[in-house]
Design a protein around this ligand. Structure first.
Ligand SMILES: C[S@@+](CC[C@H](N)C(=O)[O-])C[C@H]1O[C@@H](n2cnc3c(N)ncnc32)[C@H](O)[C@@H]1O
Length: 274
């Protein structure tokens, strides 16, 4: 992804670490490390709180693998999240930023919640890419890992643009071979935010009360937690000013429009202004 476009969870670093602090988190899981942009501040946080960080990513950047190997408080698990979550214990908080599609995120939340209830801990999940373009549209790093019943029709050369629920070939925001987009946005079982909503609905049918805050910046950060957690009130107070903040949403929309215009210049669909 271009350096022009900030995209790491690290952009929310102060907010995320502040929330982890309020929740008294010590053992933290990060799903999706990539270059380790968020892993480094998380590792430092865990070390300071006598905790541990488990980073799950089947194919992060080689420099991340080398860095993680030298960190006493970091354990890197090089497998897809859904293959390994059930092997973990006593997790205080989850950062979910791996494969941004309905199947993966819904089942990551369900597996994390199963662990939380088994271990008698409240659920705290911080999820990235809850805004455009993944909110209502699946993206797949590895379409072959998604069961056919959940896999939306997708293409690696598809690009997406704001205000268009379809796709364009080789135009718009796209994965340069790294990931595929679902060809259509919207509808059931499509997108990260849809997965969160369905997970919350099912949990509430089971008698749970979960709280969700939505920070509409840098592709969107979701904060999902048990309303009955001892720290729930403090966390809710801390995220409230960020939740659905209209100024942030406007800035994000403007940022995305500008970036899509730059892509069109780069791709030769628009003349650069003199
Ligand atoms: C958007 S990047 C993560 C960025 C990072 N969290 C940050 O904030 O800088 C997504 C990462 O998720 C990893 N990934 C893809 N599918 C995954 C899965 N099923 N489980 C865990 N990680 C996955 C990819 O290899 C990639 O490195």
């Amino acid at each position: 992804m271009s350096d022009l476009l900030i995209h790491s969870m690290a952009e929310f670093g102060d907010l995320i670490l502040g929330l982890l602090d309020l929740a008294g988190a010590r053992t933290v899981v990060e799903i999706g490390a990539e270059y380790g942009g968020m892993t480094e501040p998380l590792a430092e946080f865990c070390a300071r709180h006598q905790g541990n960080l488990i980073a799950i990513d089947p194919s992060p950047a080689p420099e991340f693998v080398a860095w993680a190997a030298g960190q006493p408080h970091v354990r890197h698990i090089a497998h897809p999240s859904l293959e390994v979550i059930a092997t973990l214990t006593n997790i205080d908080a989850w950062l979910i930023d791996g494969d941004h599609n309905y199947y993966t995120v819904f089942h990551e939340l369900a597996a994390a919640d199963t662990l939380a209830r088994r271990d008698g801990l409240p659920l705290l999940a911080l999820l990235h890419d809850v805004g455009w373009p993944c909110a209502r549209r699946d993206m797949y790093y590895a379409p072959d890992r998604i069961p056919p019943a959940f896999l939306q029709p997708c293409r690696h050369d598809a690009g997406v643009t704001l205000g268009d629920a379809g796709y364009r070939v080789d135009r718009g925001f796209r994965g340069a071979g790294h990931f595929a987009w679902a060809l259509q946005a919207g509808g059931p079982r499509n997108g990260v935010l849809t997965a969160i909503e369905d997970f919350c609905r099912e949990a509430e049918h089971g008698g749970r009360k979960l709280l969700y805050a939505h920070v509409p910046a840098v592709f969107g950060l979701g904060v999902l937690f048990d309303a009955s957690a001892p720290w729930a009130e403090a966390l809710a107070e801390a995220v409230l000013p960020w939740h659905d903040n209209p100024l942030l949403a406007k800035l994000e929309n403007s940022r995305l429009r500008n970036y899509l215009t730059v892509l069109d210049w780069q791709d030769g669909f628009l003349q650069r202004p003199e």
